[in-house]
Design a protein around this ligand. Structure first.
Ligand code: SF4
Ligand code: SF4
Length: 408
């Protein structure tokens, strides 16, 4: 195995192939705090890509309720158990560095990645456990009689939005004996070559997020294609410029921001571009974190963790940055508040942002810390430098004239 640099782990790790990186990487930030589980994203994807015979069980995008939900059922618990068995007690972090084994490093014998193949039964119920909370002692049925207050609720659940992470070190690609899976140079999107695939399902076994799926009609594997025609700018409605995917643009809760980050060809790390909104959120504000970074695939979907969930649960899921991310989100800086307002305001991909400063709106104390809000304007620019979106922090108030009011 080769040694590659995984910045999410803060160290090098073993991977079956040498370093090879795209020029840009498809990435997204999801704000879990805002998701209402309406499943509009899920249906937008389904009605675009997986409505054919043999694809009935395919939900390339799904939203599941944690801690009990999962599609396929138990995908994360099963993988975590396997990893713990192979490396007992190893899943630990020290000073931002992961000290345990990844799924590549824990694999034994001829296997490239530690994994398992879900059963047919586990693929049967896409949203089992929806809205089921943990039990509240004394309150029954997960309902606290005392009500709930931050920082952590006594009974809780949250929605986890999931799609292929278009990983920097894809486990699916590493495990494929046919070399049918590849990562595109131009945007880092991971695709399955349908001609080469023979349906061995080694990728399904290897992907810890279980995001490759078997087509029972064609007998080959399929997965999220990152809506690549839209990323390439082939969506006619937006005039030939890079456009966010279907699941992102459909999001009712405005929780999603997707884009492309430039990659340093030498190191494979994100090239510094502070005014790229994704770069800012992940690498500067550090408000968004990868899902199960300890698996080692360097996933490219990032999550702003939910504020009300017990921290140990979140730390095992998103790594050691959880507390700082929640703190940053709960009392946002002037810049973070402005960038958060770019979420789901425009279908075209924002490559760069700028902030035009506005007047102070108010000042107050939030849990002992001063918070000041300004009516700034955040401006988003497309790949060609053209302005594509402009959002004010204070939503403008429009007062109808008496003549146009319903009361007349
Ligand atoms: S999430 Fe799974 S299917 Fe997607 S790139 Fe990563 S390993 Fe492959
Ligand atoms: S559309 Fe947005 S708010 Fe609705 S379930 Fe999907 S991610 Fe959540």
């Amino acid at each position: 195995m080769a040694k590659v640099k995984n910045w999410q782990l803060g160290r090098e790790m073993h991977y079956p192939y040498e370093e090879s990186h795209p020029e840009w990487q498809f990435a997204a930030v999801f704000n879990i705090n805002r998701c209402i589980a309406c499943q509009t994203c899920t249906m937008a994807c389904k009605s675009t890509w997986t409505f054919s015979k043999g694809q009935e069980h395919m939900w390339w995008n799904n939203v599941e309720t944690k801690p009990y939900g999962g599609y396929p059922q138990g995908w994360d618990v099963k993988t975590l158990k396997l990893l713990d068995k192979a490396d007992p007690g190893g899943m630990q972090w020290k000073d931002g560095r992961y000290t345990g084994k990844t799924l590549f490093e824990a694999a034994a014998g001829r296997e490239k990645v530690l994994g398992y193949l879900p059963t047919d039964e586990e693929w049967r119920y896409p949203n089992l456990g929806e809205d089921v909370s943990t039990r509240y002692e004394g309150g029954g049925l997960g309902i606290s009689k005392e009500g709930a207050s931050l920082p952590e609720h006594k009974s809780w659940f949250f929605y986890l939005q999931r799609l292929c992470n278009h990983c920097s070190y894809p486990a699916c690609l590493a495990a494929c004996p046919r070399k049918a899976i590849y990562k595109r140079k131009e945007d880092g999107i991971v695709l399955v070559d349908q001609e080469r695939c023979r349906g061995y399902r080694k990728c399904m076994e290897a992907c810890p997020y279980k995001k490759t799926m078997h087509n029972t009609e064609t007998r080959v594997t399929e997965k999220c294609i990152g809506c690549y025609p839209r990323i390439e700018g082939r969506e006619p409605l937006t005039g030939g410029v890079p456009t966010e995917t279907r699941c992102m643009t459909a999001c009712v809760g405005q929780i999603r921001l997707q884009g492309l980050v430039p990659i340093d060809p030498k190191t494979g790390d994100w090239r510094e571009q502070r005014d790229n909104p994704l770069y800012y959120l992940v690498r500067v504000a550090k408000v968004a974190l990868p899902l199960y970074p300890q698996f080692g695939t360097e996933p490219n979907i990032y999550y702003i963790p939910p504020r009300w969930v017990p921290r140990p649960y979140l730390r095992q899921m998103f790594g050691p940055g959880v507390d700082a991310a929640i703190e940053a989100y709960s009392n946002p800086s002037r810049e973070l508040l402005a960038v958060m307002n770019l979420f789901r305001k425009e279908r075209k991909i924002v490559f760069r942002y700028a902030i035009e400063e506005g007047p102070k709106v108010y000042e107050r104390t939030i849990r002992g810390r001063k918070f000041t809000m300004y009516d700034d304007t955040v401006v988003g620019y497309g790949r060609d430098g053209q302005e594509i979106v402009r959002v004010k922090i204070e939503e403008p108030m429009h007062v109808r004239s008496r003549e146009r009011s319903n009361a007349v």
